[in-house]
Design a protein around this ligand. Structure first.
Ligand SMILES: Cc1cc2nc3c(=O)[nH]c(=O)nc-3n(C[C@H](O)[C@H](O)[C@H](O)COP(=O)(O)OP(=O)(O)OC[C@H]3O[C@@H](n4cnc5c(N)ncnc54)[C@H](O)[C@@H]3O)c2cc1C
Length: 336
């Protein structure tokens, strides 16, 4: 990682960062796409994978999940490097290059940077009950699904009532795992067809309306104490692993610690008409970019990407020229 000099480092693999990786590939830039979480798709994947998105050009309606899949397919057409689980904990300008510190140690060096970090990096909402930290340390509680093909466990419990929890439960039954679903209400805030799928599958059982009040190891397995919301009755279920599906929160705290930090207004970096921030060589797109009249939607971010990528080329290689139509970029001859 340390020895490579990239033309462009893109911070954040939300929808806009993914499109930036693809567009940079069309301009034959050596690009590193760096994402704090283990998953691609930013807010879409974390918050609304099932929503039918109506305002992306070319799609009368597309689910969040399918849009991210299409963006991934498109990005896979070009030769870019993607680093997951890689939080950019520091960014500094060193002579004419930029150094990006990843998870406080590894370094990526680039000639230019596009910030596509949205509202910040996501972290899972935590379960706070007695025993939670110990069970996390012991590997009996997780906030993300483990690699199910390799998991030694057969019996899982998922807690939560939204898309995250329901998606986790569906993934588990698809791997033939037993799932107990704990939620404080009888109703779930997720796609009806997903709930129906779970209700019709004998591998899934619903433990509602309950909240978790304690966790401990019992005879080598995980004992989950639950309290019924309606009548306060206490009950214990024994399982192999608990997956907390409370969703994610975004925080820009790690960005604010960067040594080279462009000017921000509210949550966004102030950008000029070339998408450049207050620091030459650093550009911002998507929800991370702020200017008068800005709409924080996917379509605006997509529109900002070519401007930012072409401005980045002009910054580190002004002789090169551009922008051009995609058909005259690395795809050979111009066809009309
Ligand atoms: C509930 C909801 C519904 C919405 N519905 C629509 C809709 O219908 N249509 C529409 O157009 N828009 C919609 N939006 C807005 C849309 O989701 C955002 O405009 C869009 O996600 C912005 O994309 P982005 O790539 O700029 O940022 P994000 O999607 O926020 O992605 C940013 C990525 O950067 C990563 N990151 C952040 N900091 C770091 C760091 N330091 N190091 C490494 N990685 C980092 C994050 O983990 C994240 O993956 C909706 C938003 C919400 C919350």
């Amino acid at each position: 990682m340390a020895n490579d000099l990239f033309d462009l480092a893109i911070i954040g693999a939300g929808p806009v960062g993914l499109f930036a990786q693809y567009y940079a590939g069309l301009r034959e830039l050596k690009t590193a796409l760096i994402e704090a979480t283990p998953q691609l798709g930013g807010q879409i994947t974390a918050l609304y994978p099932e929503k039918n998105i109506l305002d992306v050009a070319g799609f009368p309606g597309i689910s969040g999940r399918d849009l991210v899949k299409k963006l991934q397919e498109q990005a896979n057409l070009i030769d870019g490097k993607t680093f997951l689980n890689s939080n950019v904990t520091n960014l500094r300008k060193q002579d004419s290059q930029f150094e990006l510190e990843i998870n406080n140690h590894a370094l990526i060096t680039a000639k230019s940077v596009i910030i596509a970090s949205g509202n910040g990096s996501f972290s899972p909402r935590k379960l706070s009950v007695p025993g939670a930290e110990e069970m996390f340390q012991a590997g009996r509680m997780r906030y993300l699904l483990p690699n199910l093909a390799k998991s030694p466990y057969q019996d899982f419990t998922v807690v939560g009532g939204g898309n995250t929890a329901v998606d986790y439960a569906l993934e588990l039954i698809e791997h033939d795992k037993q799932v107990h679903l704990i939620h404080r209400r009888d109703r779930f805030r997720a796609l009806e067809s997903s709930i129906t799928k779970l209700q019709q599958n004998p591998l899934a059982t619903f433990e509602t309306p309950n909240k978790i009040v304690g966790l401990q190891i019992s005879d080598g397995r995980l004992a989950i104490q639950m309290q019924n919301i309606d009548d306060d009755r206490l009950q214990t279920i024994v399982t192999d692993q608990l997956i907390v599906g409370y969703g994610f929160t975004a925080s820009s705290a790690s960005l604010d610690l960067w040594e080279t930090l462009p000017v921000k207004i509210n949550n966004g970096f102030v950008t000029d008409p070339t998408q450049m921030t207050s620091i030459p060589g650093i550009f911002a797109v998507g929800d991370a970019s702020s200017y008068a009249g800005k709409a924080d939607i996917i379509a605006s971010g997509f529109g900002e990407v070519p401007t930012a990528a072409n401005s980045a080329v002009n910054y580190f290689d002004p002789e090169r020229g551009g922008p051009a139509h995609s058909t005259s970029l690395n795809l050979g001859e111009f066809h009309d």
